[in-house]
Design a protein around this ligand. Structure first.
Ligand SMILES: Cc1cc2nc3c(=O)[nH]c(=O)nc-3n(C[C@H](O)[C@H](O)[C@H](O)COP(=O)(O)O)c2cc1C
Length: 185
């Protein structure tokens, strides 16, 4: 297991009682190269070092990732004072492409979580009524529900604990093995 992954597993374990430690910032760029950043929920880490996020194909991040699947993640664990920054390549799946993966993520959602995918199109104007209209049912996965598999290419780790602080760069060498280098923070 790569060193950075051992660290990340420890960070997740040490912060398991802190719900905010499951949120990270995901940055993408549009066609003009203008950056967009938003908070998403960590839904898992696959055996081949991809982070799992769920989303909606009707959002801007989807459009941006279809045009350019390079993305960047910043993830700070306040309790352990550690920051991870990942360069990733995103792979997008709907139920059409990867029914098993998508179904597994849909099934893990609470009804309240599913409901958010059954309102209208994200980012479009909202009509006057205070309650939002739900279309569809919780047992049918909407076509716009998607899973982002974010394959990690590089890791920039910073630990603010200690004097001096500790920063490590991790990348794959030409054989595909992870190599690490300590950096001046
Ligand atoms: C704590 C928190 C968690 C969120 N988790 C997700 C998520 O897992 N997936 C997602 O698509 N949006 C999530 N959002 C909403 C996004 O931050 C964003 O507002 C929305 O996806 C639209 O972004 P876009 O227009 O850049 O695509 C979350 C927001 C917050 C504040």
């Amino acid at each position: 297991m790569p060193l950075w992954r051992q660290n990340l597993v420890k960070s997740l374990h040490k912060t398991r009682s802190v719900p905010e430690s499951r949120y990270f910032q995901l940055a993408t760029a549009n066609q003009e190269g203008i950056p967009f950043c938003r908070t998403v929920v960590h839904r898992g880490l696959t055996d081949d070092n991809s982070l799992i996020v769920i989303s909606d194909t009707r959002t801007e991040k989807y459009q941006q990732l279809v045009q350019n699947n390079r993305c960047h993640i910043a993830w700070y664990f306040a309790k352990t004072r550690e920051q991870y920054r990942f360069h990733c390549l995103a792979d997008i799946s709907t139920k059409e492409e990867s029914p098993d993966l998508v179904e597994a993520q849909w099934d893990k959602l609470s009804d309240a979580g599913k409901k958010q995918f059954l309102w209208g199109t994200p980012g479009t104007p909202r009509n006057g009524e205070s309650a939002l209209h739900v279309e569809g049912d919780y047992n049918t996965i909407p076509a716009h529900f998607c899973v982002l598999t974010l394959n990690i290419e590089t890791v920039d780790y910073l630990n603010l604990r200690g004097n001096p602080q500790n920063r490590e760069w991790h990348e794959k060498n030409e054989h595909g093995d992870w190599v690490s280098q300590s950096l001046i923070p």
